[in-house]
Design a protein around this ligand. Structure first.
Ligand code: NAX
Length: 326
């Protein structure tokens, strides 16, 4: 029988953790044949909540769940880890400057990168969900010199899924009919949801939507969807974020076939994105690795928006470098 896969979730006592862990335990992350061992990492104030979630996981009597450990020790949490979902992060508090936020998160993702470097399995895959996700992934990767930077990714799948869903709704077509949507750049309001390569059942989407809808409704709606959820729901996206994290890892492990998705991965210099930045690209997953979709024509409208979001990533990288976090 298949040996269990070690899955570590940080911030496990939080709201995304609560939406995520039961789906992992039920086999939606790695399939119904693959047993999992869960490690939940929290900081002391979150430990009780994580322990409570662990009790409920036990009560699910999931046949695939081969054990749950709850800890506040990163070394223990990442020992032998195959899949690391880094959800816990320091949110922006009142009066906190951007550099304070980057510094506080550097203090989390640096040590976690070191612990991953020390203990992870050879096939480790890391997904950073906690914000600022791209730069947190960059910091973690910089602290894991023995692990290929390709193994550190950040989540823009929620933005991707939001873009696909908005497009499907606007065009009155099923989500499944749509391919070729791209999120470029940073997981922030500067992101660029690009439909210039998108198709509906093979037909170019650009033939089907007008430019006003694209610039005045679609792009801002996707980029500000997180704020809309907070406004309507009263708290930030959790189940949809968990769902996107499942999609990201599932596709990374199992492959995407010819379809594309979006993921923030280390840049190889493609599309003018400076090498080494963790930026969102159009990707396929082939043989267990993300591959940037090559050779897309980038029009002037897209170029400007990609460059703006990438400039924000460069500024974040420079700021954390100045703080000595890289
Ligand atoms: P919660 O505040 O509900 O939970 C976060 C948990 O992380 C808390 O229990 C806290 O104790 C824990 N934590 C903090 N520092 C930790 C550390 N050093 N080690 C382990 N655990 C730690 O937030 P939640 O709504 O679950 O969101 C988690 C993160 O996801 C936030 O940073 C949020 O901004 C980010 N998001 C990212 C998204 C994306 O698309 N990339 C979308 C959803 C979400 O906004």
């Amino acid at each position: 029988s298949t040996p269990p896969v070690n899955v570590t979730v940080t911030g496990a006592g939080g709201q995304i953790g609560y939406a995520l862990l039961f789906r992992i335990a039920s086999g939606q992350l790695l399939g119904r044949e693959t047993p999992v061992r869960l490690r939940l990492l929290e900081i002391p104030p979150g430990l009780r909540a994580a322990e409570g979630t662990a009790l409920e996981l036990e009560d699910g009597a999931y046949p695939l769940l081969h054990g749950i450990d709850v800890t506040d020790d990163a070394r223990a949490a990442f020992d032998g880890v195959n899949i690391a979902l880094l959800v816990g992060a320091r949110p922006r508090g009142p009066g906190m400057e951007r550099s304070d936020l980057l510094e506080a998160n550097g203090a989390i993702f640096g040590p976690q990168g070191e612990a991953i470097n020390a203990g992870a399995a050879d096939d480790v895959r890391v997904l950073v969900v906690g914000n600022p996700a791209n730069t947190n992934a960059l910091i973690a990767s910089a602290h894991a010199p023995d692990i290929s930077a390709e193994r550190f990714t950040a989540m823009t799948r929620l933005d991707h899924n939001r873009a696909v869903a908005q497009l499907a709704r606007h065009l009155h077509v099923p989500v499944r009919a749509i391919d070729g949507v791209v999120i470029w750049g940073n997981h922030s309001a500067s992101q660029y949801p690009d439909i210039t390569h998108a198709t509906v059942d093979g037909r170019p989407v650009t033939d089907l939507v007008d430019e006003r809808w694209l610039t005045d409704e679609f792009i801002p709606r996707v980029a500000k969807r997180g704020a809309e959820i907070i406004d309507v729901r009263g708290s930030s996206s959790a189940a949809s974020a968990a769902s996107a994290a499942i999609d990201h890892i599932h596709d990374w492990v199992n492959g995407t076939g010819e379809r594309w998705t979006s993921a923030a991965i280390v840049s190889d210099g493609s599309y003018g994105v400076p090498e080494g930045l963790v930026s969102s690209f159009p990707v396929r997953s082939v043989d267990g690795a993300w591959r940037i979709v090559p050779g897309l024509a980038i029009d002037a409208f897209s170029r400007e928006r990609i460059d703006a979001s990438v400039a924000e990533l460069v500024a974040e990288r420079d700021a954390v470098r100045a703080l000595g976090l890289l």
